[in-house]
Design a protein. Structure first.
Length: 391
């Protein structure tokens, strides 16, 4: 994880379905293979053990399909297949549709400018956390009904929860219990208010009924919000800060994007997302046999989709390790595909675009302090947690 890119190239070229005996899993590294496998929607692959299973889960080898966990207390819905997963996702989706997200554009712009008003006079600060990090954490607070003053500590908690010591995986369940301390009170407050309208995601969880008619308690409803809490906070700021760094390294490209912000920024943001996205892999567990490259993956075995390798696959992107702000991107796996496709796709793209555009509009000159940037160890992320910048 110190630098996975050379390994990905070897995997793509020589071991496109690489078996890791210790975890009884196959790593998929080619764009086309991942594209096809994630499109399989007949229950062959289910996230029964989580989309980011911990090392202690993977260390247990299954001898057949993994059954659904008990329904009480209801765990995070992504571990189920139809109907529970689909029903809960359907209740969370309306808030993330293009029309709902476009209502956020002005708010994200205001939040970005409030940060810039505070940061620019300081001259030097952390481009990852102090700028984009706080803005997106504030958006998550407003989406989920968490008081906005918790944004900074939420951001710190999410960033800390992704870290691991070399050699060990992230036990996400153990690393992340404190997230519920923000979410459970938000759900409880909403339940007590008996209102409707402004918090459709939380209201959806309160309205949800399991197939046996049971409603969720506060902790169960909060658990269904964990992925929005994490996904909404941890990725966008790293892409924005790292992407602005890549532009700063290439003055000709920076000038080209600045020349027409309205047209240049959205294109540059797509390339930033391909090039800088921190999440490296997500897992699924097979429920039915599936054959790829002549090998049959048996029920109970796992696959991991190395999305970061797909983003650098030369079969899909010519000269993949070069950053070209206007690279044509016809197909992308940066947000996944199929059943678990990023629910925050439109919001994420809006946030990246607004944060980059407002930065370039207001900051005429900036310099990244290269030797102060840190990319802390994690077993599933390779992203710049901190990028000092001077303006
Ligand atoms: C540029 C930023 C982002 C990237 C690159 C990204 C990427 C991804 C990817 C690759 C997945 C699929 C995981 C899998 O296959 O198991 C995913 C899922 C998810 N993302 Fe994002 N994401 C981003 C931003 C966001 C934002 C802003 C939110 C919400 C506010 C969000 C919420 C989620 C959720 C809830 C899921 C789980 C979906 C499910 O399992 O049904 N993401 N994201």
């Amino acid at each position: 994880m110190a630098d996975p890119l050379p390994y990905y190239r070897v995997l793509r070229d020589h071991h496109p379905l690489y078996y890791v005996g210790k975890w009884d899993l196959y790593a998929l590294s080619r764009f086309d293979d991942i594209w096809d496998v994630l499109a399989v929607s007949d229950g062959t692959f289910v996230a029964s053990e989580g989309t980011l299973p911990a090392a202690n889960v993977l260390a247990q080898h299954n001898t057949g399909p993994v059954p659904d966990p008990p329904l009480q207390p209801l765990p995070f819905h992504a571990v189920f297949d139809k109907p529970i997963y689909d029903d809960i996702r359907r209740l969370q989706s309306p808030a993330f549709r293009p029309r709902s997200v476009s209502d956020w554009e002005e708010r994200v712009r205001v939040l970005a400018n409030e940060r810039l008003d505070e940061l620019l006079p300081q001259g030097r600060f952390d481009l990852t956390c102090d700028y984009g990090g706080i803005v997106v954490a504030q958006v998550v607070c407003e989406l989920l009904g968490i008081p906005i003053e918790f944004a900074a500590e939420m951001l710190a908690a999410v960033n800390a929860g992704s870290l691991a010591q070399a050699g060990s995986g992230v036990d996400t369940a153990a690393a992340r219990p404190n997230y519920l301390e923000y979410l459970i009170p938000a759900v409880a407050r909403r339940r007590a208010e008996h209102r409707s309208g402004e918090l459709p995601i939380v209201d959806g969880m309160l309205a949800y009924r399991l197939p046996d008619g049971r409603a969720l308690d506060d902790a169960e409803a909060a658990t269904q919000l964990l992925c929005i809490f994490i996904g909404g906070t941890e990725t966008v700021p790293k892409i924005v800060a790292h992407g602005l760094w890549e532009l700063a390294r290439r003055p000709d490209q920076l000038a080209a994007v600045r020349a027409d912000l309205a047209a240049g920024v959205p294109a540059a943001c797509d390339e930033m997302t391909r090039y800088c996205t921190p999440a490296q892999w997500f897992a699924r567990t097979a429920r039915k046999p599936f054959t790829l490259h002549g090998t049959t993956i048996e029920p109970g075995q796992r696959i991991i989709t190395l999305l970061a390798s797909a983003n650098r696959d030369e079969r899909q992107y010519p000269d993949p390790d070069a950053f070209h702000w206007d690279r044509p991107i016809k197909r992308s796996l940066a947000f996944g595909r199929g059943q678990h496709f990023c629910i925050g796709y439109h919001l994420a793209r809006l946030e990246v675009t607004v944060l980059v555009a407002e930065w370039l509009r207001r900051v005429r000159q900036y310099r990244i302090v290269d030797d102060g940037a840190t990319r802390l160890p994690s077993s599933f992320q390779w992203g710049w947690n901190s990028i000092p910048v001077e303006v």
